[in-house]
Design a binder for this molecule. Sequence first.
Ligand code: MG
Length: 161
Amino acid sequence: MRVGFGYDSHRFEEGRKLFLGGIEIPYEKGLKGHSDADVLIHAIIDALLGAAALGDIGSHFPDTDEKWRGADSTKLLEAVVAEVRDAGWRIGNVDATIICERPKLLPHIPAIRSRLAEILFPDEVDGVSRVSVKGKTNEKMDDVGAGEGIEVHAITLLDNL
Ligand code: MG
């Protein structure tokens, strides 16, 4: 078995849509980034790549490459899930914590988990039971606590196929 950890953060920017786990979240701002800036998916990608020792999101999808401008992060996650599987690994579970003051995430967690389960566990009837997404604030501390962005920490377990 292998464990992998991933972290990502993005700053809010006016005039962009907010995506978390492949779901568009209604909010006054989105996240700044080269791709769609789906910070949750980016952290999960790094957890998966880390567990399989396959590098990181920056080496796979460089933000200097025009090919990834505005990229749909769900497509990046699909590619990484396939790469991890091709390397001989089966994903056991994914657990993530999203940290932000606003927006309130609780109403969106079920949709986020379902969407992630479709990508991470396409062949499993109850894949959603293997995907945990938790939301919390930073208790007003630091820039995230001032509502300037979102941070995500994610962990995954891989098992031999
Ligand atoms: Mg990112």
